[in-house]
Design a protein around this ligand. Sequence first.
Ligand code: SF4
Length: 482
Amino acid sequence: MCGVFGIYGHPEAANLTYLGLHALQHRGQESAGIATSDGQQLGLHRGMGHVIDVFPTDQIARLKGQNAIGHVRYSTAGGSMLKNAQPIAVEYARGSIAIAHNGNLTNAETVKEQLEERGSIFQSTSDTEVIVHLVAISDQRTPEDRVADALAKVQGAYSLLCLTPNSMIAARDPMGLRPLCLGRIRGQHEAWVVASEPSSFDLIDAAYERDVEPGEIIVVDKDGLHSKKPFNPAPRHTCIFEFVYFARPDSNVDGVSVYEARKNLGRALAMEHPVEADVVIPVPDSGVPATIGYSEASKLPFELGLVRSHYIGRTFIEPQQSIRHFGVRLKLNPIGSTLRDKRVVVVDDSIVRGTTSRKIVKMLRDAGAKEVHMRISSPPTQWPCYYGIDTPTRGELIASSHSIEEINQYITSDSLAYLSLGAMKQAVVAARSDTAGRHPRSLPVIGQPLDTDAFCTACWTGEYPIAFTPQPKQRQMRLLDL
Ligand code: SF4
């Protein structure tokens, strides 16, 4: 759960990266950072918190240069601390480099042990630092060949941006697990941009060009843009959870409109699991497009029955006396007039531990709902993700040890149903085949288009596309820089 953004060849590089990171804030809120280059030196600033807190105006003004990469982080490997914030920037024998990474390496601890045995010293517990060390010890000549050499030694998911004093390098893992796309600013200042999601291009008036292909390395330097594919091709495995929950609905991933995919998920859910009811409501915000689809297909009126507060900071003062549902009410509050004496269908994207769904059902009943029917726009989540999405351990996932009926009883809903795996894949693929004129943002992907076999679905099936060997336990940091 991270976002990356980079720009090459624009006098406002740091400012535009700041804006790009803003648009990617949903991908990570723990830390943010920007590295810039002016052709000779790299500049770097990182901090804990949201982009807006980490980068006051004077801080951005200090980041000089026409090239920049940035990162927003939600830790999935390594802890939440400043040392693990990205980009990671280093100076080594052959130059300097900054690296920003979205994804998770599955062999990071093994490679780290090997590197430490030959003398490497690690500053952080982040898996990304392994790539930095591999770049530094590579015997290749150019920065892009050193990056390719380093990536050939790691396994797992990565959408990566590197900045050297003279170039920006973008790389996507051979299976394409995490998204990465290419855009362009035209006009007075022509510049290339690369980002996790194209919704970040709109804010800076960049046009979406295409997705970075799985296994592709793109280099932008003074001679323009060059692309190569140095790795053995692998079957595409785009993370389907990006469409279900993670990516912004105004983004496209690998040629599929996230919004249309979510509406299709809702339509399919209504067809697979209809129920007699009076209204259908979303769990905001991610459940909204699927609920529109459910409403369309079921002919049930779409209503807002829950309102989400968008202004919750990282900390809040808990009341001295316990207030019912305090935590969940901070985020969601019911609209009584929509719910009173109604049979309500509630659409959500997933159930993780079940505790939030249980609180939501109780909240709706307390607000007067006569019946509450939960409908989930993906199958039961039974397996953790090892490729960069923060999910709890298998034991904490309620669907790994409980049947759907048991979960229904636990969350106290009148009925509970999940979308099937086949219907989920079909719904997402259909959002691509629909692109001709209906989704003007959708452009053809270069390379193999998405089909129903082109997804990672491991958190529902346990079929992990990248085999992982058990990793040595991550060592606890013994040096605490406080
Ligand atoms: S395990 Fe799930 S969340 Fe992780 S990459 Fe695969 S589909 Fe996405």
